[in-house]
Ligand binder design. Structure first.
Ligand SMILES: NC(=O)c1ccc[n+]([C@@H]2O[C@H](COP(=O)([O-])OP(=O)(O)OC[C@H]3O[C@@H](n4cnc5c(N)ncnc54)[C@H](O)[C@@H]3O)[C@@H](O)[C@H]2O)c1
Length: 374
C-alpha cells in the first residue's frame, strides 16, 4: 500500500458519491495519503450517515451537485482540474430501484456518461475509475464466479443500470480514449470496478443486511431477513476501496494497460457466506440478538452471486486482507464504538485507525488466518 500512497500524495482527486458510505471511507483514506480531494455528491444516503458520523466535511471539500445536471458537473470538473477521478455516485440500492426505476437508470447510466463526458473536456484528467457492481453481470444463478469477460445483464433496474454503466464506459474508451491512441490524441486511461457486497461501519442504507442488523440490535428487536440462503461476496469496504486505489494508481503509471473491467471480491470461496450465517455471526459478535425470516413475497433478487477475482489477483497483485469473519469483527467494532460514543471526532479517529490497521496488515496474512468453517 505504501507504493499506492505515494501515487496520491499531492494529487488532485475527484470523488463522486463522496458523502455516501464507500465514498466517505475513500475520501478519508485519500486524505490520509495526502491527496487534494474534491467530493461531489447529492443528498446524504441515510440518517444517520457515515459522512455525518465522522464529520467528513470538516476534512474533505464537498459540493452538492446532481450528476444528472451535466452543465454544473462539467463546470466543477473543469474548475477543479482533477488528475484522478473515482466515480461512485449512484442510486446504489436494488429495492429502491423498483420504486424509482427512471431515477435509478438516469443517475446510474446518464450520470456515468456525464462524468465521462466532463472528464473528456478536462485535459488534466489522466486516470478514471468507474465503480459499477457485481450485479452488472447477466446472472445465471450458477455456482461459479463471474469473470470480467462474461456478458453484462441484470433483472432489476439497479443491476441493469450498472450493466449499462459498464457499456457506456466501454463506449467512451473505444470512441474517445482508444488504447492505441494513448499518448497521441489523448492521455486518459479508464477502468471499471465491479465489487461485491461491501460491509463496514457507517452504512445505514435501506434494506441492506448489515444496516438492518445494526438497526434491530440497537432497538433490541428481531432482525428480519428476506433471503436467508442467498449467497453474496461479502467483503469489508476497505477491500474494494484498496482495489479502486490500486487501479487508479496503475492507470496513472501505466495508462491503458490496466484500462478494462476488474472484479474485487473474496478470493477464497470459504468467504462467500449465505445471509443467515452472516446474521448469526453478527448476533454472536454483538453479544445478543435474534432474527426471523420474512415469509412474504419479495421482489426478485439474485440468489447466487460470486465473482472470480483471478485477474485482479494475478495482474494487479490485489487480494483481500480480511476473511469475512474478520470483516464482520471490524464492522461490529465500528458500530459498537459509535453506540458507546457517537462523537464525530472520536468516530473519525476510529475510522482512520481501521484504515491504517487495514493498510498496514501484511498482505499474506489473509491466507494464513484460520478461516472459520462453523
Ligand atoms: N455498498 C455496496 O455494497 C456496493 C456494492 C457494489 C457496488 N456499489 C457501488 O458503489 C458505489 C457507492 O456505493 P455506496 O454504498 O457508498 O452508496 P451510498 O448510497 O451510500 O452513496 C451513494 C452516493 O451517491 C451520491 N448520489 C446519488 N445520486 C446522486 C446524484 N444524482 N448526483 C450526485 N450524487 C449522487 C449520494 O449523494 C451518495 O454520496 C455505488 O456506485 C454503488 O452502486 C456498492
Amino acid at each position: 500500500m505504501n507504493e499506492i500512497c505515494s501515487s496520491y500524495s499531492g494529487r488532485r482527486v475527484l470523488v463522486t458519491g463522496y458523502n455516501g458510505f464507500k465514498g466517505t471511507w475513500l475520501c478519508l483514506w485519500l486524505k490520509l495519503m495526502g491527496a487534494d480531494v474534491l467530493g461531489i455528491g447529492n443528498d446524504l444516503p441515510s440518517t444517520p450517515s457515515m459522512n455525518e458520523a465522522v464529520a467528513a466535511d470538516d476534512l474533505v471539500r464537498g459540493m452538492r451537485i446532481d450528476i444528472n445536471d451535466y452543465t454544473k458537473l462539467a463546470q466543477v470538473v473543469a474548475d477543479f482540474k482533477p488528475e484522478v477521478v473515482f466515480h461512485l455516485a449512484a442510486q446504489a440500492l436494488v429495492r429502491p430501484s423498483y420504486e424509482d426505476p427512471l431515477g435509478t437508470l438516469s443517475t446510474n447510466i446518464m450520470g456515468t456518461a456525464h462524468v465521462l463526458e466532463a472528464c473528456r473536456h478536462t485535459p488534466s484528467v489522466r486516470s478514471i475509475v468507474i465503480v459499477t457492481s457485481d450485479k452488472c453481470y447477466r446472472n445465471n444463478e450458477w455456482v461459479w464466479g463471474y469473470r470480467e469477460n462474461d456478458p453484462m445483464g441484470g433483472h432489476d433496474p439497479y443491476s441493469v443500470s450498472k450493466g449499462c454503466a459498464e457499456l457506456v464506459t466501454t463506449s467512451y474508451i473505444k470512441s474517445f480514449f482508444p488504447h492505441e491512441k494513448y499518448g497521441q490524441t489523448h492521455h486518459v486511461a479508464v477502468a471499471s470496478a465491479r465489487a461485491g457486497n461491501a460491509i463496514g461501519g457507517g452504512d445505514w442504507g435501506k434494506d441492506r443486511l448489515i444496516p438492518d442488523c445494526v438497526r434491530a440490535l440497537h432497538a433490541n428487536t428481531a432482525i428480519h431477513i428476506r433471503y436467508p440462503t442467498a449467497v453474496r461476496p461479502w467483503q469489508h469496504a476497505l477491500e474494494c476501496l484498496s482495489g479502486y486505489l490500486m487501479l487508479g494508481a496503475k492507470l496513472l503509471e501505466y495508462g491503458p494497460k490496466f484500462g478494462c473491467g476488474w472484479n474485487f471480491a473474496p478470493i477464497d470461496m470459504g468467504d462467500v457466506w449465505p445471509v443467515e450465517r452472516v446474521v448469526k455471526r453478527i448476533c454472536r459478535l454483538w453479544g445478543n440478538g435474534t432474527y426471523a425470516v420474512d415469509k412474504g413475497v419479495q421482489p426478485h433478487e439474485a440468489h447466487m452471486l460470486c465473482l472470480d477475482c483471478t485477474k485482479a489477483n494475478i495482474e494487479l497483485g490485489w487480494r483481500p486482507r480480511y476473511t469475512v469473519a474478520e470483516a464482520l469483527e471490524q464492522t461490529t467494532a465500528w458500530y459498537r464504538a459509535w453506540a458507546e460514543n457517537p462523537d464525530p471526532a472520536h468516530m473519525r479517529q476510529v475510522t482512520l485507525d481501521q484504515i491504517s490497521a487495514y493498510a498496514n496488515k501484511p498482505e499474506d496474512n489473509a491466507q494464513d488466518e484460520s478461516h472459520e468453517r462453523s
